[in-house]
Design a protein around this ligand. Structure first.
Ligand SMILES: Cc1cc2nc3c(=O)[nH]c(=O)nc-3n(C[C@H](O)[C@H](O)[C@H](O)COP(=O)(O)OP(=O)(O)OC[C@H]3O[C@@H](n4cnc5c(N)ncnc54)[C@H](O)[C@@H]3O)c2cc1C
Length: 480
């Protein structure tokens, strides 16, 4: 028997869009942030939207979909639920469409596997209209004559080669271009040279077989990705001959903050408090909050300890070295098949060298710079004292008042909105704020209070009121 078909919620926006007619909103990037926005915009019906992504299809950190690894937020932090649990694009409705609701109910799992989150998002991306994969956006400009943004893109073929150039026009844009892997400068030459496998954690699964076969493997970085990769290698290398090093700069294998009140830093209430602080206070605060997002989740730490312990049951210790507080100063190749890492322990003021056959750099991610895409908006952009774009409470880039369109950002605003900017738990809420702002009405009713903690002594208004409605494309397309 076939499973029930994917829901086809009406209306389908603007099937008769003419190529040069301006859209209401163009989204750049289709990661969870813009996919959520697209899913929340869809039932509104009166918005003419299009979203572009350079990849051939949706994929969520595909190199790290390690079997058994889970997301760090409960499944209710799906693309829509925290703004609209009645949406057809909920995770529960995905399970329903796959006839998996009963098994999920008995599994009693709040934190679903990474691979399942990816599959759910793909289901949404394959069902929603108006998403254009294989489109790399090259530039966004403001046309003051037409009062429109021009968005230039390159259409890519299935091999990622340029196939055609195109341009679309829009009254508003939303950038959801996410993050890119970060490799510290001293290690960059290693990755560029061929021979020994030296790779960023983002590419782990593509190289997993080579890493399992390597004589000795070093994982650099003791955050969540480093922990998941170390665990996977540990579980799959022979007992007594693990030959693994796991090193990182942080001074401990620090657990990620996951207490109930600690999690309230990922609420709209904390976001509003943070946004209202002066720039210098925000910068100081965010530096002190690293354990809210950069540690390792307690379940992964427990699983690593369990696996290490299991390997001592028959006598002996696993051949694995776990050392925090270590920085890789420089690195070089030895002959053609090995790498030498020059290590430093700051507290001990000691140095040593480590020869290894493969290196995984779990050295994190950085926000993709907006400036590459937005060079054409530079004259209009307002910046803070460190030259970062200013972003207002409704996720709008602060632009010169002569620009009548709006450029929204998603997950590029940690410096203005705090630790919650990349968090999946705030994706639906932020999407709803953007849609309320864009439509000038309360398209989504949002809660006025979201935390038991009262952040700060003085309170600000709780939900930004809708601003004056911008000119939107009418519901009935009269351009035919
Ligand atoms: C490995 C990893 C695991 C994580 N796990 C969690 C978790 O468990 N829980 C949690 O709350 N957060 C997690 N995060 C935080 C992260 O912010 C979210 O997972 C999420 O991916 C952010 O979504 P996004 O849409 O902002 O960006 P992304 O997912 O990075 O998507 C951005 C998209 O933009 C596209 N793009 C970029 N430039 C262009 C261009 N010029 N033209 C067209 N397309 C473009 C990219 O191809 C990409 O598809 C994790 C992050 C990482 C790196």
């Amino acid at each position: 028997m076939n499973p029930p078909p994917t829901p086809d919620p009406t209306p389908t926006p603007h099937p008769h869009h003419e190529p040069d007619a301006p859209r209401d909103l163009v989204g750049i990037g289709i990661g969870p942030a813009n996919l959520s926005l697209a899913a929340l915009a869809h039932p509104l019906g009166d918005l003419d939207t299009a979203f572009y992504d350079q990849r051939p299809a949706f994929g969520w950190h595909t190199g790290l979909l390690i079997e058994g690894a889970t997301i760090q937020v409960p499944f209710l932090a799906d693309l829509v639920t925290l703004a609209d649990p009645t949406s057809p694009w909920t995770f529960l409705n995905y399970l329903r469409s796959r006839e998996r609701l009963f098994p999920f109910y008995f599994a009693e799992r709040s934190h679903i596997q990474r691979a399942e989150y990816d599959a759910y998002c793909r289901w949404v991306s394959e069902s929603l209209p108006g998403l254009h994969f294989g489109h790399q956006v090259d530039a966004v400009r403001w046309d003051p004559e037409r009062d429109l943004f021009e968005v230039d893109f390159t259409q890519l073929d299935t091999d990622g080669e340029a196939e055609a150039l195109g341009r679309t026009y829009t009254r508003n844009v939303v950038l959801g271009i996410g993050t890119e892997p970060h490799i510290p400068d001293p290690l960059k030459p290693l990755v560029e040279a061929p021979g020994v496998p030296v790779l960023h954690a983002a590419d782990y699964l593509d190289h997993r077989a080579a890493l399992l076969a390597a004589e000795h493997v070093t994982v650099v970085g003791i955050g969540q990705s480093g922990a998941e990769i170390f665990l996977d290698l540990l579980r799959n290398r022979p007992a007594g001959r693990e030959k693994l090093h796991w090193l990182g700069r942080t001074e401990a294998f620090a657990p990620m903050e996951y207490s109930k009140l600690g999690l309230e830093h990922f609420t709209p209430d904390h976001t509003r408090y943070f946004h209202a602080l002066p720039e210098t206070a925000r910068d100081r605060l965010i530096a002190g909050q690293w354990q809210l997002h950069k540690g390792i989740d307690a379940a992964t730490i427990a699983a690593i300890h369990d696996e290490l312990y299991r390997r001592t049951l028959h006598g002996g210790w696993p051949d694995a070295v776990l050392t925090p507080g270590v920085r890789v100063r420089t690195a070089g190749r030895v002959a053609t098949t090995k790498v030498e890492l020059h290590l430093e322990h700051a507290r001990q003021d000691s140095r040593s060298r480590l020869t290894t056959d493969a290196v995984v750099l779990a050295t994190g991610y950085r926000e993709r710079p907006l400036d590459r895409l937005l060079a054409g908006l530079d004259p209009y952009m307002r910046r803070d004292s460190q030259d970062r774009p200013r972003v207002d409470e409704e996720y709008r880039l602060v632009l010169d008042p002569s620009v009548t369109g709006t450029a929204y950002v998603q997950n590029a605003e940690t410096h203005t909105h705090g630790v919650g900017a990349p968090d999946l738990g705030l994706v639906a809420w932020r999407g709803a704020i953007i849609l309320n702002s864009l439509t000038g009405r309360e398209a989504y009713t949002l809660p006025r209070r979201t935390a038991f903690t009262t952040f700060g002594l003085t309170q600000r208004r709780q939900v930004p009121p809708p601003r004056e409605a911008p000119a939107l494309t009418p519901l009935v397309d009269d351009r035919r």
